[in-house]
Write a protein that binds this ligand. Structure first.
Ligand SMILES: Cc1cc2nc3c(=O)[nH]c(=O)nc-3n(C[C@H](O)[C@H](O)[C@H](O)COP(=O)(O)O)c2cc1C
Length: 678
């Protein structure tokens, strides 16, 4: 079909839509937009945002480069004028860097200044903070810096607002496999789970879970990824954004490659590795004694004290959290990053949770994975989510997080549907292995006083729901909360969430186990319906509803449909940009990382149709928006499903994209039934 015939077909479809009654549109899951706002869809070669626009050239899939080649290119890029050494940028003094010519970054201040793009509009996000901007001359808002104020310390800035950074010393010990896990191992031994047959913890050379990479792009791990991305010189997403301090702040984790030589597992098999048969009968005092016999190689090699009283496996007093009525923003890989969570907090979310982090990657000290555990001071009720296939990996991760991070609860993802996770036996695969599920929950909950929560789907296979038969056990095993996403793994996002089944499970749950429902909540009426439909539910979790309209939390709190204006929506994006620049940095890299994640988010926000344009209120999450005009140009732009228009929005807030810019959303939001991580 040529262009003009496509246009005719589209126009005919639009006319047909305009002739349908609101009821007929709803029956077809199309948003019933008032007739006067409808318009024919703009002409595009195809409806796939990834191939849309001049910004996404067909060369998007690049040839695969070897690790060595990538490393060489990275080094060259670091030395180029684009990447000024942070010490020099901070002070403006070319002699300020203690590494001199050994520094990996450019010291050519004049060349840097010559190529530095003009400042962006707006003011530096750090100017109101104590001290001055930690990015100094490299800040894209440096013109707004106060003269004569020395650049601030990035670490200090972050310390004031962000916690849960991985300590560099701990990271090195993790790399060397020299951290020991007395609580986890004692508990595993007690449960008879520390024997070789059960232990799946691998050394770095093992190509097991640790090499987990996710093919569909929703979550990739080992070499920088998982939602926190690094943008390379072409601004193509490669992995996790390197937190600035990973490079240059003493004491924080780094993305430097781990040592390659074969490392012996520090687990003392004789002492701590139990025998699967005898574990359950081992006496507590014997456990304590045998573990205490291990001589750490040096005092600093063993960060956990051997005389830790917690080795005594007395049942712990859990610090319980009452989730009732609390508005819970779901864990969301990639898009549920710290700046997004801050925005949701501003708009009324009560509970936030980090993006899913893989246990094996955390245990290997991968900085990009640890970045997923970061928490902002605004997140006053915060949990992290982990995913693992075996009790030992999960229990050790829980012990490590308990030791290293400040979190209010730890959630175990037992619902992740993506193949690479499921194929390793983690995520929703656990729904087919109740014994493994039991062992994981018992081991994890037995070693910390923080609540252990689990997130599940209804079951693995369509029509074979499992959770109702497990729910009493889940409580018995030690979980304090279970969140049920009302779909099976097989179902992914197709069909509506089965809330009747969620209610059934909630009614069967023991009193001590709080049950949270999850699926398709998109308005305060959805929320009210589930809360009143099943008083046994403690609360509900909101995922895509918050992505598409983060003000859903305000709507629920204020019990209204907010006919939000495009200007108000833009202000929310501005807040995100400010939080993004604070988190990822106000230098070029930080700006582009912020842009990248904002674009990921914008690949959801266009699905919102303003209340004032609707024939039927409220909009439902599974309805597809037709093409329509907004009440002003900005509203029309915000309704676009084109990546080029999302980029235009980003340019309103973060300046022009660099030459050769490409963007394709990780989660293709126009594919309504794609699998995500939960
Ligand atoms: C982009 C995206 C990322 C997600 N990442 C996670 C995750 O990291 N962990 C998780 O348990 N669920 C994840 N999920 C699933 C959601 O938390 C939630 O269970 C699911 O979307 C159903 O809720 P909803 O209908 O409100 O969207 C993700 C969902 C989306 C759309």
């Amino acid at each position: 079909m040529d262009g003009s015939s496509v246009a005719l077909v589209e126009e005919a479809k639009a006319t047909e839509r305009a002739e349908k009654t609101p009821g007929e549109l709803v029956a077809k899951a199309i948003v019933p937009v008032k007739r006067e706002f409808l318009r024919p869809p703009p002409l595009r070669p195809c409806n796939d945002v990834a191939s849309d626009s001049k910004y996404t050239p067909s060369t998007f899939v690049k040839e695969k480069k070897s690790k060595r080649q990538l490393k060489r290119e990275r080094r060259q890029e670091q030395k180029s004028a684009l990447n000024i050494c942070s010490e020099i940028a901070k002070t403006g003094n070319v002699n300020a860097c203690p590494y001199n010519e050994k520094c990996r970054f450019s010291h050519d201040l004049e060349a840097y200044k010559a190529q530095k793009p003009d400042d962006l509009e707006g003011s530096c996000p750090f100017t109101s903070a104590e001290g001055a901007c930690p990015y100094g001359l490299a800040c894209r808002f440096s013109g707004t810096h106060k003269d004569g104020v020395a650049a601030g310390n990035l670490n200090l800035h972050k310390k004031n607002s962000e916690i849960n950074g991985l300590n560099k010393d701990v990271q090195k010990l993790l790399w060397k496999n020299k951290i020991r896990f007395p609580k986890a191992d004692a508990k595993l031994k007690l449960l008879g789970l520390l024997g070789k047959a059960n232990s799946k913890i691998k050394t770095f050379e093992d190509k097991g879970e640790g090499d987990l990479k996710v093919s569909n792009g929703t979550h990739a791990t080992n070499d920088n990824s998982c939602g926190e991305l690094v943008i390379d010189s072409d601004n193509k997403v490669e992995g996790s954004p390197k937190m600035p301090e990973e490079d240059d702040v003493e004491g924080f984790a780094t993305d430097e490659p781990r040592p390659t030589k074969k490392i012996k597992s520090a687990t003392n098999e004789e002492c701590c590795t139990g025998n699967a048969d005898n574990g359950a009968s081992v006496q507590e005092k014997d456990l304590g004694k045998s573990c205490a016999q291990i001589e750490p190689e040096s005092a600093t090699d063993n960060i956990f004290s051997e005389s830790d009283g917690s080795l005594k496996l007395h049942p712990r007093e859990k610090k319980l959290i009452d989730f009732r009525e609390k508005l819970y923003l779901a864990p969301l890989t990639t898009v549920g990053n710290l700046p997004f969570r801050r925005v949701c907090k501003m708009l009324g979310a009560d509970v936030t949770c980090g993006e899913m982090a893989m246990c094996t990657n955390l245990l290997q000290g991968q900085a990009s994975e640890w970045a997923l555990l970061r928490r902002h001071s605004a997140e006053d009720l915060f949990g992290v989510q982990i995913c693992g296939a075996y009790p030992d990996t999960v229990a050790r991760t829980v012990e490590l997080i308990d030791q290293e991070c400040e979190v209010d609860f730890i959630d175990i993802n037992m619902g992740c549907p993506i193949d690479i996770v499921v194929n390793k036996g983690a995520g929703s695969a656990l729904l087919t292995k109740p014994m493994r599920m039991k062992n994981i929950i018992e081991a994890a909950s037995g070693i910390v006083d923080k609540p252990i929560t689990v997130k599940v789907r209804t079951g693995f296979l369509e029509g074979r729901n499992r959770v109702d038969s497990l729910i009493a056990d889940i409580g018995q095993w030690g979980a304090n909360v279970v969140t049920i996403h009302g779909r099976s793994r097989q179902q992914r996002y197709s069909k509506l969430a089965d809330w009747e089944y969620i209610y059934q499970c909630a009614r069967k749950a023991p009193e001590a186990l709080q049950v949270l429902g999850n699926g398709d909540i998109f308005s305060y009426l959805d929320w009210n319906k589930h809360k009143s439909g099943c008083p046994e539910l403690s609360t509900c979790m909101i995922a895509r509803g918050a992505l598409v309209k983060p003000w859903i939390f305000t709507e629920i709190k204020e019990q209204r449909h907010w006919d939000i204006s495009s200007g108000e929506r833009l202000n929310i994006l501005k807040d995100y940009v400010r939080c993004g620049l604070e988190h990822w940095g106000s230098d070029t890299k930080g700006v582009e990382t912020t842009r990248h994640f904002m674009l990921e988010w914008l690949s959801y926000t266009y699905r919102y149709v303003p209340v004032g344009l609707l024939d039927v209120i409220p909009q439902q999450l599974n309805w597809r928006p037709p093409s329509y005009f907004g009440r002003d140009d900005l509203e029309t732009l915000m309704a676009s499903d084109s990546a080029a228009d999302w980029i235009r929005i980003s340019e309103m807030l973060l300046g022009k994209v660099p030459p050769g810019f490409t963007f394709a959303p990780k989660h293709k939001s126009n594919a309504y039934d794609r699998a995500e991580n939960g």
